[in-house]
Design a protein around this ligand. Structure first.
Ligand code: RIB
Ligand code: CA
Length: 350
């Protein structure tokens, strides 16, 4: 059965790869895209998704604009991480596709009500719009087939403060409202959480990009390399490959500038792969809550693995996966997709 997905993103370089992974997956269908403010403002997130849909020759998929600000605090964006437009060095032509005339929150609610028990929610950005949707429709946890969230850090350092992760950092009140809303969810409806503990093991290297280009039928003349000067641009004849290379190169440089090596953590496409196939992940139930008042620890996600709080588990946290299996799947699917959408120029037979 195809995974029918409501995708909620803050696109974003790795959010872009999550979108491409879903578009490239025959066992997935995108029911709608919610543009959430995070890496960049919500209107830029929406424009990035519409532009990627053009590049991919995708059918008309609804893109709905989310709230301009988090629930309770001013928006913080991170163009230094994802680039001025949110997609690294990639420069996608602005799309003429129309935005949805309903808000992201209303799209969540109305899609879930229209297809009870069928849709999988996949959040790869702050949880602002899902929280707003839950305020409209408190039954959302039972209307969704499942929820997968990229966010949080448990037995692992944060990436924004010493203890918190970006998506929760941007809107901790929303994250708490979402996790609380699932406090009475049955075991098979508990949100699957892809936290930094796991997603920081999903390390993309230049070799992955070279393999993807080869799979797309356009092996690079000059593969992305750690020896490149900053800011080079791809010359791939395949637009999907070219824009992926330009987006991810920015992310490689960001991780190197932060002493993590010339690599890129592929948080969001991993969450997308789990949304389609949860068997990729080893899960462990826990009760998850979010610190809101800590001076040093605000927006930290806390997991009670052993029932010390006396509360039922409200989440299944991913505690294991095989990154090689994931990257093989990503490269095969997105490479084949890029080739299908933009076939290599037929070699002139002399
Ligand atoms: O902390 C990583 C997460 O924050 C990813 O989803 C990335 O795109 C940013 O949104
Ligand atoms: Ca994201």
């Amino acid at each position: 059965m195809r995974a029918r997905i409501i995708l909620d993103v803050d696109t974003g370089i790795d959010d872009s790869l999550a979108l491409l992974y879903l578009l490239a997956s025959p066992d997935a269908e995108i029911a709608g895209i919610a543009a959430t403010a995070g890496n960049v403002p919500a209107d830029r997130v929406a424009a990035n998704n519409l532009a990627w849909l053009d590049v991919c020759g995708a059918p008309a998929i609804e893109v709905a604009l989310g709230a301009p600000e988090p629930l309770a605090i001013p928006l913080r964006t991170t163009e230094d991480t994802h680039g001025p437009q949110g997609i690294g060095y990639a420069e996608l032509p602005e799309s003429r596709r129309p935005l949805s005339d309903r808000s992201a929150a209303r799209m969540w609610v109305e899609l879930a009500r229209a297809h009870p028990g069928e849709l999988i929610g996949l959040c790869t950005g702050p949880l602002t719009n899902l929280a707003l949707a839950l305020r409209i429709e408190p039954e959302l946890p039972t209307l969704l087939r499942r929820l997968v969230v990229m966010g949080g850090a448990f037995n692992h350092p944060g990436n924004t403060t010493p203890t918190n992760e970006w998506n929760v950092h941007v809107d901790p009140e929303a994250a708490k409202e979402v996790f609380d809303a699932f406090s009475s969810a049955p075991a098979d409806r508990r949100p699957i959480i892809c936290a930094l503990d796991i997603t920081e093991t999903i390390e993309m290297f230049p070799e992955h990009l070279r393999r993807l280009a080869e799979r797309a039928g356009c092996p690079p003349d000059r593969p992305v390399s750690a020896h490149d000067p900053d800011g080079l641009r791809s010359t791939s004849p395949n637009p999907v490959v070219r824009h992926i290379d330009d987006a991810v190169r920015f992310y490689f440089e960001f991780h190197r500038h932060h002493d993590q090596g010339y690599l890129a953590h592929m948080h969001d496409p991993f969450a997308a792969a789990v949304a389609i196939d949860p068997a990729l992940a080893v899960l462990r139930p826990a009760t998850v809550d979010v610190e809101l008042t800590g001076t040093l620890t605000r927006a930290t996600t806390v997991a009670d693995w052993a029932g010390m709080w006396g509360r039922q588990p409200n989440a299944d946290i991913v505690i294991g996966t095989d990154p090689v299996v994931f990257f093989d799947r990503l490269i095969t699917r997105v490479g084949d997709f890029a080739r299908a959408v933009h076939p290599p120029a037929r070699q002139e037979v002399s």
